[in-house]
Design a protein around this ligand. Structure first.
Ligand code: HEM
Length: 245
């Protein structure tokens, strides 16, 4: 029991460090990437406020994906929205006392587990059945989908088939947060669920999943369409110009 507790505690600390530092580093690279040209995807907003509004519609409703492919939008949006609910539902393992609104969304969170699987199933089927998508699909695309299906699958199995000791698990999770370790229940499904979560945290910064924060750093999305009103000058170009070169 203690062996597993120490092993998983260390795994979670290492995975958290790599997730935070790795994602931070990727964001730093996104910020540093030169954007020498004005390339907002038109029709694009002509003001900053407009850009914020457009970004909001992208992030919350996946608007451009909706315009592009209805099926991908349907399954993609379903998966992401369900994932959000599932993650919010999980906050009950990390907080004591559990916040009121987290208690309130618990029932929806359970349905979200199934919705997440349906969304992932649709996205995976698309990679196998649609010729032009299959052609550009790499093994890592399948791996990411398998990982997420594995996490959702083991979670639902725990919920409906073979329960784990939630109270003991919560003590373990809070123990990690407050550096006061408590034993981790040694149920195979829970151990697998958590191991897959650790793998997800480890691969996140290095995989396509980084598109989540990356979305906010795409020039095609964050740029204001005002090239006639204001001259666009990248930082490095402005520096060269000020040196008279
Ligand atoms: C340290 C992090 C995590 C812990 C401690 C944890 C723990 C658990 C537990 C104990 C259950 C069973 C719930 C019950 O029996 O009522 C569960 C279910 C589930 N988990 Fe996780 N999990 C974690 C991370 C994740 C992540 C990152 C995802 C998604 C990517 C996920 C997806 C699910 C799903 C879909 C279910 C089934 C639906 C539900 O009960 O909410 N879990 N998880």
């Amino acid at each position: 029991m203690w062996f597993l507790t120490v092993l998983y505690a260390l795994l979670f600390y290492i995975a958290t460090a790599i997730l935070v530092v790795g994602t931070g580093h990727r964001i730093y690279l996104f910020i540093r990437a030169p954007a020498p040209l004005k390339i907002p995807t038109t029709p694009a907003p002509t003001t900053r406020v407009g850009v914020v509004g457009r970004m909001f519609q992208e992030v919350v409703f996946f608007k451009s994906l909706f315009r592009a492919t209805k099926w991908t939008w349907l399954f993609g949006w379903l998966f992401h929205f369900a994932l959000l609910l599932v993650v919010l539902r999980h906050l009950r393992y990390f907080t004591e006392p559990v916040w009121g609104w987290v208690a309130l969304i618990q029932p929806f969170g359970i349905y979200a587990g199934f919705a997440m699987l349906v969304g992932l199933g649709g996205l995976w089927a698309r990679r196998v059945l649609v010729d032009r998508v299959r052609y550009i699909t790499a093994p890592s695309d399948h791996l990411m989908l398998a990982l997420l299906v594995g996490i959702a699958g083991t979670g639902l199995l725990m919920k409906y088939v073979s329960h784990t000791d939630i109270v003991a698990l919560k003590a373990f999770v809070l123990g990690l947060l407050y550096f006061d370790w408590h034993p981790l229940p040694a149920d195979p499904l829970l151990l697998l669920h958590l191991l897959l979560v650790v793998v997800l945290m480890l691969v996140f910064p290095f995989s396509k999943l980084i598109h989540a924060p990356g979305m906010f750093f795409a020039p095609t999305r964050y740029q204001v369409d005002n090239p006639r009103e204001r001259r666009h000058l990248a930082d490095w170009a402005a520096r060269l110009e000020s040196q008279g070169r």
